[in-house]
Design a protein around this ligand. Sequence first.
Ligand SMILES: [Zn+2]
Length: 220
Amino acid sequence: MVNIIRNPVSYCEDLENLMVSIKNSESFSHTSWSIAELQVLRVHIRNHYRIQQQGICAYCRQRVSLQSAANCHVEHIAPKSKYPQFMFEPKNLCVACADCNEIKKEQETLGEEPDPICNGNDRVLYPRAASSFYIVHPHFDDYDEHIEIFNGHYVDKTEKGHFTIGACKLNRRLRAFGWEETLISEPELNCLMTDFLGADDAIVKNEKLQSIKRALVKVS
Ligand SMILES: [Zn+2]
């Protein structure tokens, strides 16, 4: 799994010219992103990051669609509503699943978007340091250093991990559906067996046996 995106998207001359003309137009705003003229650019960016990220969402690490744009959104890490100047900035872009992208977007609409950049939204140059961002930045941060995924549960290891889990509501499936049933691993089963064999009290022994049964039912 890709921990950091190593190759930001690049643009051919035609796309560069297109971006310049859109940015220089009087009506340019963050909503310009959706105009029909930019379809070719959006496809280019989506395809690039879909491959770079090996079909995995930058935030929840679940699969994004390999075919459809519907579950493979182009994500602006610093939101384009606050930072329209970074709309086409390669290092501000990645792909995210529909849920992560929508949840971030929803927060923007409510005006509760946690600001991912510390120093206001009037900067001209895109920040180059991971420390400038509150969020686990897919171009700058090693995901595994910040977030551990355990049986579908997202656990923060750092402040950035904590922020990202909150901003994208990464534990949304756990909240909605509870723990996902997962296959028991060999070491876990060994552990249960050792407990069972080591128990000398009949009641405890029976409890351990029930645990093993439940674990094996999950496997089958
Ligand atoms: Zn996601």
